[in-house]
Design a protein around this ligand. Structure first.
Ligand code: IPE
Ligand code: IPE
Ligand code: MG
Length: 246
């Protein structure tokens, strides 16, 4: 691969996933390693996100869904939760204009209603500003939980009075936040943890998982490229058979 610094050449990839989910984990441990407060890790994580979004667009990934705050993350100390909300708002202030300029579309999934009003407003403005853009779709999962999402879908379907025989997997998919998106082909989790932590439970049925040992703030273009190379080697069978297994 030669020079791996940003801006250098990366050999073209066999397959590009249509949709990549990222569980951005390890900010706290990254900070602890450096004797910094956890929020410094989250701040570094936002910087990593900026770099990853640029790299994703360069590699030609059409859709990324980023796990930024789970329905369980409210259990953390108030100070950390508040700091995270503040940081999200600051990042939107700093990055939205640039993302818009680059043609990115910003969307959020999750129950945004408990978020601070100001943050909700910023999210709404970013979504409105970028809604007609056709570049990278940046889907931010905020106060998102896969179980909460499925409960929401079931409630909507029941409220519509749908008869049991008309309830299908496709109908449930259409009531998820991701109703108009393809399922993720690849889910990347950083920091070496092997679990979903309630991320895209329904949609990840046939996603390929890639676990990187690197903490999220250190996950850069080179690491994303490695994940995409590995994805290109995976044999996806969807329960069927392929030539090499026949
Ligand atoms: C991921 O990093 C960011 C959020 C969950 C908001 P963590 O804060 O979970 O970092 P670790 O797992 O404690 O290292
Ligand atoms: C998952 O990470 C949530 C996000 C990255 C936003 P956590 O750090 O919250 O997950 P657990 O607690 O280790 O499972
Ligand atoms: Mg974590």
């Amino acid at each position: 691969m030669g020079n791996v610094k940003d801006g250098s050449e990366y050999p073209s990839l066999a397959r590009i996933p249509a949709h990549v989910g990222m569980i951005m984990d390890g900010n706290g441990r990254w900070a602890r390693q450096r004797n910094l407060p956890r929020l410094a890790g989250h701040r570094a994580g936002m910087e990593a996100l900026r770099i990853i979004l640029r790299a994703a667009a360069e590699f030609g990934i059409p859709i990324v869904t980023l796990y930024a705050f789970s329905t369980e993350n409210w259990k953390r100390p108030q100070h950390e939760v508040q700091g995270l909300m503040q940081l999200l708002g600051e990042s939107l202030d700093k990055e939205v204009a640039k993302l818009h300029e680059n043609g990115a579309q910003i969307r959020c999934i999750g129950d945004l209603s408990p978020l601070p009003d100001e943050l909700q407003r910023k999210i709404h403005d970013a979504e409105e500003l970028t809604r007609n853009n056709s570049g990278l779709l940046v889907n931010l999962a905020l106060n998102y939980g896969g179980r909460q999402e499925i409960v929401k879908a079931v409630r909507e379907i029941v409220a519509l009075g749908v008869p049991p025989e008309e309830i299908t997997a496709d109908l449930i998919s259409r009531h998820l936040y991701t109703s108009d998106l393809p399922d993720p082909d690849l889910i990347i989790r950083t920091s070496g943890e092997f679990r979903t932590s309630n991320f895209l439970l329904w949609q990840s049925a046939y996603a390929e998982f890639y676990i990187s040992p690197v903490y999220w703030p250190d996950f850069g273009k080179k690491e994303l490229y490695q994940a995409l190379v590995e994805f290109g080697r995976r044999e996806r069978r969807y329960g069927g058979l392929t030539d090499s297994t026949e």
